[in-house]
Write a protein that binds this ligand. Structure first.
Ligand SMILES: [Zn+2]
Length: 134
């Protein structure tokens, strides 16, 4: 197999690169904290692992925490008044819409993105991530 961009044969399965990078980071966490600049091998492994990282599911926590933060700010501001109440209602609707959008993404787009990632390769020469097609 060759890289689609540069033609190099130095390609590895992205999931393997990512797992190896995670193990490498965990193993060198303490030494990385003790030694000021990271060793080149550590930095290279970290960069490769970042390039080969899997897609992430969207968390429901982000919109909920945003809503809680705004609710606290509105409560701390004293009397809400009709404008504050309208803003809180608008923000609640926005939060519910964000939760629904995250849920739809996690059920529809995420599984496909994860499947593509599982079939993806990382070029160790140029950093290109590409999906393997037969
Ligand atoms: Zn390449």
């Amino acid at each position: 197999m060759q890289c689609e961009k540069c033609g190099s044969a130095r390609v590895q399965l992205a999931s393997n690169v990512y797992r190896r990078g995670q193990r490498h980071a965990a193993r060198h966490l303490l030494t990385g904290l003790v030694q000021a600049p990271a060793a080149p091998a550590y930095a290279a492994a970290g960069t490769a692992a970042r390039l080969a990282s899997p897609p992430r599911m969207r968390s429901p926590l982000t919109p909920i925490l945003g809503f809680v933060a705004v609710a606290i700010l509105l409560c701390l501001s004293g009397r809400l008044g009709w404008i504050g109440t309208a803003l809180a209602g608008l923000f609640l609707v926005g939060t519910l819409a964000a939760l629904a959008a995250n849920s739809v993404h996690n059920r529809t787009a995420y599984p496909d993105a994860y499947r593509r990632w599982k079939n993806s390769y990382l070029c160790l020469e140029c950093g290109q991530v590409f999906e393997h097609r037969d």
